[in-house]
Design a protein around this ligand. Structure first.
Ligand SMILES: C[C@H](O)CC(=O)C(=O)O
Ligand SMILES: [Mn+2]
Length: 336
């Protein structure tokens, strides 16, 4: 039997963190056109922290995300455009406006233990006729029994696909296998997996997820995403082709857009440096990296020390302010 996988590219959303939310409409058009020409079935466009993320807390977008979504849709009419939405950041009105701009999928994201807050957004997404994903972030922070509990809640609200999201790039392959297999055995939805490469495990973890039953996997071109980035989309497409797993993707134009478009504007290559390694090692939200680097500079302290402390404190998305408090305390030599 031929196996098939749906590949979802997040360059224009997770990559927005690394781009400091400064994507221009032209960059988005160029990437979207390339993804469309490569027949990528799904790709995500929005502020890095999802719809409505443009703010003082998370960083202002240089260009309105609705304008970016509409531009992407024009360039890639045959791909489905997804938008991430975090209840508490993105509102129901943001979701409705994104539908008008052209999205066909909503990915409703919560912390791994907080699925309750996704109910209204998931229900609205279904009412609006969107393909609807429950996106459970920081999956390393809860045992598999809890993951099943939270996934069942999202399923009961109407989610059609549930993602195990390794936001910190902290999961090991056997942990990914265990979590995805447990969802396959206990939840009736399709299963997805989203990786970060902070421990150089994103491809291994993606393959572990696929072997365990995931049929949706995320990637970004040249790995352009928070921290050390995501599984590299074009590499993943090549590996799946070698494994005779059907993706429907045309490899050549995909490599072209990665090399000729994304590589030209990305601020740095997505290597694993000392700080991004610590994200995976200490289990820290990947989008905290740039905040930690800024705080380290501001207070004259070591960025790795900040990240280790944030990991010890088990900080979660939305606690970006804590990074600066930790840096200040370290600068004053004050223990927690
Ligand atoms: C808002 C986060 O960047 C979502 C995500 O991609 C992750 O948790 O990983
Ligand atoms: Mn991510």
């Amino acid at each position: 039997m031929t196996r098939s996988i749906q590949l979802l590219d997040v360059t224009l959303r997770d990559g927005s963190h690394t781009m400091r939310h400064a994507y221009t409409e032209q960059q988005v058009r160029d990437v979207a056109r390339g993804l469309g020409q490569a027949n990528v079935p799904y790709f995500e466009v929005s502020h890095g922290d999802g719809l409505g993320g443009s703010s003082l807390q998370y960083g202002f977008s240089a260009t309105d995300e609705l304008q970016l979504i509409a531009a992407a849709k024009e360039e890639a009419p045959n791909s489905k455009i997804a938008a991430l939405i975090l209840p508490g950041i993105g509102t129901k009105d943001d979701l409705k406006a994104a539908v008008d701009a052209g999205i066909q999928m909503a990915r409703v994201a919560t912390h791994i233990t907080e699925a309750d807050v996704s109910k209204q957004h998931i229900q609205l997404s279904r009412e609006l006729g969107l393909e609807t994903v429950g996106f459970l972030m920081m999956a390393h922070m809860a045992p598999t029994t809890k993951l099943i509990e939270e996934a069942k809640k999202m399923e009961s609200y109407g989610a059609e696909i549930i993602y195990v999201t390794d936001s910190a790039g902290a999961l090991l392959p056997h942990e990914v296998s265990e979590k995805v297999r447990a969802l396959r055995d206990h939840v009736g939805t399709k299963i997805g997996f989203h990786a970060h490469n902070n421990l150089a495990l994103s491809m291994a973890n993606t393959l572990a997820a696929v072997e365990a039953g995931a049929t949706f996997v995320d990637g970004s071109l040249r790995s352009l995403g928070a921290g050390s980035g995501n599984t590299q989309t074009e590499v993943m497409a090549a590996v799946f082709e070698r494994m005779q797993i059907e993706t429907g993707i045309h490899l050549d134009p995909l490599i072209d857009v990665a090399n000729d478009v994304v590589a030209k504007f990305m601020p740095r290559s997505q290597e694993i440096d000392g700080a991004s390694l610590i994200l995976g090692y200490a289990g820290v939200y990947s989008s905290f990296l740039l905040f930690a680097q800024e705080a380290a500079k501001q207070y004259g302290v070591n960025e790795r020390e900040i990240l280790m402390e944030i990991g010890n404190m088990q900080a979660v998305g939305g606690q970006e302010d804590l990074i600066f408090e930790v840096a200040q305390r370290l600068a004053q030599g004050v223990a927690r």
